[in-house]
Design a protein around this ligand. Structure first.
Ligand code: GDP
Length: 463
């Protein structure tokens, strides 16, 4: 069995989300050699229920002293190696909420050889024990964190092993070439001559495949992380109305986040599978002379950090000097969308309204009141941020995997230079090894301590 951090203690944590008054059950998970003993010590299991693997036991967790019942529980034993971590795992299914769960956890943690799990430590043990490959472990974490259906689907492709297979296949192709090269380095005269051109073509073919994966990963970043969209406009142009309409659009409204400041409201919605945090500067207009005051630091920060600014104006007023002042506040380089609202008011007058000298054409004509132009608004918004994916995206590398794939592609690029310079075979192997190493770090084939730490520290406790 593998040693982690030089010790081999049993770890324990609440594996389910903890929120007061929520959730019918909560699961406490233990993994390690003391798991079974620790749970036996704190529970009372009546009758002659056997402590057999993969069976459910019914009983109570008792407080210290063995009299007071803390909670009524189910206990599931999963003995090594048939468990998530590959070690003995015991789950205690308690009633949900916070108080009882914490007490049960404290009881378990008080047992000899048991300590609190670090974030991601269960998954880390699973990887170290060969129960789970690295990309799958990451995908599980992504699945847990997914904020939209599309993100969850992408993560699931990773859980199913899609990333692992693709990368491993490419890595194998490089390993094949490496062994050809190494044979030539050692036994050049005994072997048929190596076709350098074919070899190079194969390397570049792998490189192309890697670059495609990197690109797909970048395209999926919006799906995974979501977009920040700042909503800006003069008072009464219809910002709140737009927000309300978009929020109703999909069932998957996640939450109304309390604003980081009183003046900045954030709400989270999902558009076409892309999670979007809408930063509404509405609070600012209520108290201030909007145009001068919007320059205050925090709304400026919101604009700078936004992936997109939606500048809303009132079509029935046309594009006013105040609208223009707001436009000038949008930082250079931040994409923005000009949305004309209240299209219903200028309907019929259409051409006439657009004819006023200072009116600019809106990117999107919209009506928060009737919903006209809503589809165009959503489309325009996602397009402007480069978040429109064609649904064909089935697999996506996360940031870490993408960085490594890009590093591997760079190394392969260098081999082209080596070939062009007509250097001997052993020079080729340097870059090739580098590429293989990078791909091995993606799959976990080449694990180093720092790789593991970097990956699992992002996980949540109990995973
Ligand atoms: P905000 O100050 O920018 O948040 O604007 P509100 O959303 O509060 O809207 C200001 C007023 O304009 C309200 O009376 C809305 O009912 C009205 N309004 C908003 N959108 C439309 C629209 O598309 N058509 C019409 N006719 N009225 C609208």
């Amino acid at each position: 069995m593998q040693e982690i951090n030089g010790e081999h203690l049993t770890i324990a944590a609440v594996a389910t989300a903890v929120a007061p008054g929520q959730g019918g059950i909560a699961v406490i998970r233990l993994s390690g050699p003391q798991a079974q003993d620790a749970v036996r010590a704190v529970t009372c299991i009546p009758g002659d229920q056997p402590w057999a693997s993969h069976r459910v036991l019914y009983g109570h967790v008792l407080a210290k002293g063995g009299v007071e019942r803390i909670d009524e529980v189910l206990v599931v034993l999963m003995l090594a190696p048939r468990s998530f971590t590959g070690e003995d795992v015991v789950e205690i299914h308690c009633h949900g909420g916070v108080m009882a769960v914490q007490r049960v956890l404290e009881r378990v943690l008080a047992q000899p050889g048991v300590r609190r799990a670090q974030p991601g430590e269960f998954s880390q043990r699973a990887v170290l024990n060969g129960r789970l490959d690295l990309t799958r472990a990451e995908a599980i974490s992504d699945l847990v964190a997914a904020r939209s259906q599309r993100a969850a689907q992408l993560a699931m492709a990773g859980v199913d092993g899609g990333v692992q297979q693709r990368i491993e296949m490419l890595r194998q192709r490089l390993l094949d070439q490496l062994s050809e090269l190494e044979a030539r380095v050692d036994f050049e005269e005994d072997l048929p001559p190596l076709d350098g051109e074919a070899l190079l073509e194969e390397l570049l073919d792998v490189r192309r495949a890697l670059l495609q994966l990197v690109e797909d990963g970048q395209r999926s970043a919006a799906l995974r992380q979501g977009l920040r969209v700042a909503l800006v406009g003069r008072p009464n142009v219809g910002k709140s109305s737009l927000l309300n309409r978009l929020s109703r659009r999909e069932r998957a409204i996640v939450t109304d986040l309390p604003g980081t400041t009183r003046d900045l409201l954030e709400s989270e919605i999902v558009l076409e599978g892309v999670p979007i945090t809408l930063l509404d500067t509405a609070g600012i207009r209520a108290t201030q002379d909007a145009v001068e005051q919007i320059g205050i630091a925090r709304s400026h920060d919101a604009l700078v950090s936004a992936d997109l600014v939606v500048l809303l104006f009132d079509l029935s007023d046309g594009w006013t000097a105040d609208d223009e002042s707001l436009r000038q506040l949008i930082p250079e380089g931040v994409p923005w969308l000009r949305v004309g609202n209240k299209a219903d008011l200028v309907e019929g007058t259409g051409a006439a309204a657009a004819a006023t000298a200072d009116e600019l054409e809106a990117d999107v004509r919209f009506s928060a009141a009737t919903g006209v132009g809503e589809a165009e608004l959503v489309q325009g918004l996602l397009e402007r941020c480069g978040a429109l994916t064609d649904g064909a995206l089935l697999l996506a590398l996360n940031q870490r995997q993408g960085d490594l794939a890009a590093a591997a592609a760079d190394a392969l690029q260098r081999s082209q230079q080596v070939a062009a310079d007509g250097l001997p075979w052993d020079f080729w192997t340097i870059d090739l090894r580098q590429a293989i190493q990078s791909l091995g770090e993606i799959t976990g084939e080449e694990l180093t301590e720092s790789v593991l730490d970097r990956i699992f520290s992002r996980f949540c406790i109990g995973k």
